[in-house]
Design a protein. Structure first.
Length: 225
């Protein structure tokens, strides 16, 4: 009982610490994104460089990407624990389904932010048809870049790579266990059906119904194979 309480406390403490860290990092990134803060200290310049890189390549899309990635990792841990405990198949299937949902959302965020970025870039470059017709191709291209077209394309790449990595992580960490779990559950279902058929066969034999007994025997042979 004491170990269980200690384990729950440690899990709660780790979860609280993770949420606090995520909120702090999100606040720092938002402040850097808006230009409210700038890290000039020599020891922390590397952090500022990373923030600038994420700002230039992902912008505000980094926040939903990070949230979905965190939910995926938490869900992956929960799924592994359920497999180790041998929880009911419907619970395991629901948790696995959520993993696939987070992976799909990661892909979706990349697509959505790409569409938003492309729309903004096109509006900035071609919003005024009169002036756009008088501008050269290079100026229009520069407007597209300034409008965020490169940022939009970066979110597509990031979403695609991250989504496929999620699938790979799932296959490596719980793929084998999931397959064994479902095969074992299927075997248990077959055993239960065979047991019921055997009981029916015994009852029919005791009643002397040969035709029905032969039919059940064929069913037993079919299920056994």
């Amino acid at each position: 009982m004491k170990q269980t309480t200690t384990g729950r406390f440690l899990k709660g403490f780790a979860a609280g610490g993770g949420v606090t860290l995520l909120l702090g990092a999100s606040g720092l990134y938002l402040a850097s994104l808006s230009g409210a803060i700038s890290i000039d200290s020599g020891e922390l310049m590397a952090l500022q460089q990373w923030l600038d890189w994420f700002n230039q390549n992902l912008g505000s899309a980094l926040l939903p990407f990070s949230l979905i990635a965190l939910l995926f990792l938490v869900n992956l841990t929960v799924l592994k624990q359920k497999l180790q405990r041998g929880d009911p198949p419907e619970q395991v299937a629901q948790t696995e389904h959520l993993l696939d949902v987070w992976t799909g959302l990661f892909f979706g965020i990349g697509v959505i932010w790409t569409a938003i970025g492309m729309r903004g870039a096109l509006l900035q470059a071609l919003g005024d048809p009169t002036s756009s017709a008088q501008l050269g191709a290079f100026v229009i291209l520069q407007r597209l870049v300034d409008g965020g077209i490169l940022l939009a394309l970066s979110t597509t790449i990031f979403g695609g790579i991250g989504g496929y990595l999620m699938r790979l992580i799932k296959a490596l960490f719980v793929g084998g266990e999931l397959r064994r779990f479902y095969l074992q559950h299927h075997a248990q279902q077959n055993d239960s059906i065979l047991l019921v058929l055997q009981r029916i066969e015994q009852q029919l034999e005791s009643m002397g119904n040969k035709d029905q007994t032969d039919h059940v025997s064929k069913l037993l042979e079919h299920r056994a194979h």
